[in-house]
Design a protein around this ligand. Structure first.
Ligand code: PMP
Length: 374
């Protein structure tokens, strides 16, 4: 065995824009209570595990063949699933699917962004929007949300007029703050984008199923706004993060555009089969949403009693603070066996709504930490 010759990142001909960057990712630590990646805490039932396994077995019988390149059957199922939220009959041609909504976002940047083009987002928000822009050589412009993490129609329209972006990212409910956008903000974005004619409006609705009653989805705006793209995922409400399935709804022309950048056969036959089986069990899977929302609302009720501030949440997580040193609080909670998320925003932490027992543990640990007992 000859030893490897020494080499580190600096010794590689890496693109300049990637130098000094860190890979994205929350710590994956083996602790009793994991509330840091906004997963659905409910594992699939025995019956569903069996059905998912059978679907994978059936797909295995044709594993010598490439999968359906257009994922037509899966897209038809997703279109059917989206229809009630959209308020119109969503068609297969308006839906596209990929390996997680991260891959959808990447394909959008590949098709509409790139060198010499600008993407705008309103921070704090989902940091992969910025990182995917960077990885596709799209210039990233960070605008700010208001101090209470809201975003006004005027601010969005002004940003579009100023930067004339190829892509404008909105996130509703927003990660990490949980804040949902009123639809008039999305309408203002689409109208301003139409007026300047520079690009597309992306509304990342990864957490849409957790929103409170009366908050409509941006899907309802699609028929009037051809510049609008709504992205969704099966990783959160559908409790299927391990399968990696994300999707979008948009004008069929957008789906055509993405064919130019998608890799052939990007979505494995196993992924397609498992996703379709999960969709056939949508009632069971989405049945977990109410109990997750109940735990979220419990966190929202309890934290102010500990003297903390929080942002109203329409998602399956709560953003809370304000701490003098949120890193120390994060560490003290971890020492108590509870992993939450420090997204790097001074004073604030994010906790995912887990199982009732997990939230018991989180609230008890946080109470002890704040009392200085730990
Ligand atoms: N969008 C938002 C706002 C998210 O928080 C996440 C996951 N953390 C994603 C997209 C990506 O999820 P996935 O790739 O699992 O669909």
């Amino acid at each position: 065995d000859r030893p490897w010759r020494p080499l580190d990142l600096d010794g590689l001909p890496l693109r300049d824009s990637l130098r000094g960057q860190s890979p994205y990712g929350a710590p994956q630590l083996d602790v009793p209570v994991r509330l840091n990646t906004n997963e659905n805490p409910h594992p699939p039932s025995i019956g569903l595990v069996d059905a998912l396994g059978k679907a994978a077995t059936l797909a295995a019988t044709e594993a010598n063949r490439y999968p359906d390149r257009g994922a037509d059957a899966l897209r038809a199922d997703l279109a059917y699933y989206l229809t009630p939220d959209a308020g119109f009959g969503v068609h297969t041609a308006q839906v596209w699917a990929a390996n997680g909504s991260n891959e959808i976002l990447q394909q959008l940047c590949q098709a509409f962004g790139g060198p010499g083009r600008v993407a705008v987002g309103f921070e704090p928000s989902y940091s992969m929007h910025r990182l995917i822009a960077l990885a596709t050589a799209t210039e990233w412009v960070a605008e700010r949300r208001a101090a209470d993490f809201t975003l006004s129609a005027e601010a969005v329209a002004r940003a579009i007029e100023r930067h004339r972006p190829a892509l404008l990212f909105l996130c509703s409910p927003n990660n990490p703050t949980g804040t949902a956008l009123p639809l008039d903000v999305v309408v203002a974005a689409c109208e301003a984008m139409h007026a300047v004619g520079s690009g597309m409006v992306v509304v990342d609705e990864a957490y849409a199923e957790f929103r409170r009653a009366g908050v409509p989805s941006a899907l309802t705006l699609l028929p009037q706004h051809p510049r609008l793209i709504v992205t969704r995922t099966m990783s959160k409400a559908f409790a299927l993060a391990g399968a990696r399935v994300g999707y979008l709804a948009a004008h069929p022309a957008v789906v055509d555009a993405l064919q130019l950048v998608r890799l052939p056969y990007h979505l494995s036959s196993f992924t397609q089969a498992v996703a379709r089986t999960a969709l056939a069990h949508a009632d069971e899977l989405l049945g977990t949403v109410e109990s997750v929302k109940a735990q979220r609302d419990r966190i929202v009720r309890e934290l102010p009693a500990l003297g903390l501030r929080l942002a109203p949440s329409d998602a399956n997580f709560v953003f809370f603070g304000v701490f003098g040193d949120q890193q120390a609080v994060w560490r003290a909670l971890l020492d108590a066996g509870v992993l939450v998320r420090d997204v790097g925003i001074d004073g604030w932490l994010r906790v995912t709504a887990g199982l009732p027992g997990e939230i018991d543990a989180f609230l008890a640990a946080l109470t002890r930490v704040l009392a200085g007992a730990d």
